[in-house]
Design a protein around this ligand. Structure first.
Ligand SMILES: Nc1ncnc2c1ncn2[C@@H]1O[C@H](COP(=O)(O)OP(=O)(O)OP(=O)(O)O)[C@@H](O)[C@H]1O
Length: 258
């Protein structure tokens, strides 16, 4: 089966900073793939290069069979959308939920906008009363639901999730993770998810890549992560650093999500 994402030999520079070095990964259709590693290891940079927010890269990026250049074609965003960490920052403060969701539909020329907006709001667990609210009238969790609705309203097959719950309280975090899990199952979505939290990745992903200083040091299944069967010393170190609270954290997330 053709990969949904195939990245080969990706390098990203910011001036003298070599943010990503020779990174390669593939994500199958319907798979959920995690990117983990310390702050500054290059995780977000890979996501941003994928969706065209970092034009300065070399290597090869193929999404759903299409080799990507510097700029993304308009149609790309019907297939691939991104959800950011901070929903407050990513939603326009003077736009209602309705206009936030209508905008992409108008840009892409959909004519059944009204019913699409209603449907996607219901899918993320927000009733029709939320439609004409502003971001400041919403809780953090509700704002992230709106950001997810905005990502889904064009019915993409792939979501790039950059720390989608790390700005939220732990109990709200589990709610949003649960929602993302359900949406993936219902829509057969593919996820590429950045997290510094191994517990979140172990609950949400099938496989993951461990990054250190711009390099992918190891690719693992979640089963290997849970068993601790890793081959690279860096991964072992990362596991050791988080395992104490990590297993408990994963159990907590699953409890909340149940
Ligand atoms: N727009 C930019 N301009 C200059 N340097 C950047 C830019 N974006 C990222 N960097 C640098 O690239 C490196 C990788 O950053 P990146 O944000 O990808 O890391 P990360 O693993 O996602 O970390 P975090 O978890 O903190 O977001 C860092 O050294 C960062 O300072």
């Amino acid at each position: 089966m053709e990969a949904m994402i195939a990245i080969t030999g990706l390098d990203v520079m910011f001036g003298d900073t070599h943010a990503v070095r020779d990174a390669s990964l593939t994500v199958a259709p319907g798979e959920s793939f995690g990117l983990v590693g310390e702050s500054g290891s290059g995780k977000s940079t890979i996501l941003r290069a994928l969706c065209g927010l970092n034009p300065d890269w070399t290597g090869r990026i193929v999404v759903d069979g299409q080799a990507q250049g510097r700029r993304r074609q308009k149609g790309f965003f019907k297939q691939c959308q991104m959800v950011f960490q901070d929903p407050y920052g990513s939603l326009h403060p003077r736009q209602t939920v309705d206009s936030t969701l209508m905008e992409p539909l108008a840009i892409h020329g959909f004519d059944d906008r009204d019913s699409r907006v209603e449907r996607v709001l219901a899918e993320v667990g927000l009733g029709p009363s939320f439609r004409f609210r502003y971001p400041h009238q919403l809780s953090g969790g509700q704002r992230q639901r709106v950001a997810i609705a905005r990502a889904l309203v064009l019915e993409p097959r792939l979501l790039l999730l950059d720390e989608p719950t790390s700005a939220l309280d732990v109990s709200v975090q589990a709610e949003i993770l649960n929602l993302l899990k359900r949406l993936r199952a219902e829509r057969g979505l593919t996820y590429l998810m950045v997290s510094h939290n191994l517990a979140v990745v172990s609950v949400m992903c099938d496989r993951l890549a461990v990054m250190n200083r711009g390099r992918i040091v190891e690719t693992l299944t979640v089963a290997q992560l849970r068993d601790g069967t890793v081959t690279q010393p860096y991964t072992a170190q990362l596991l050791q650093a988080s395992q104490g609270y990590d297993r408990a954290a994963a159990d907590r997330i699953e409890d909340f999500a149940a």
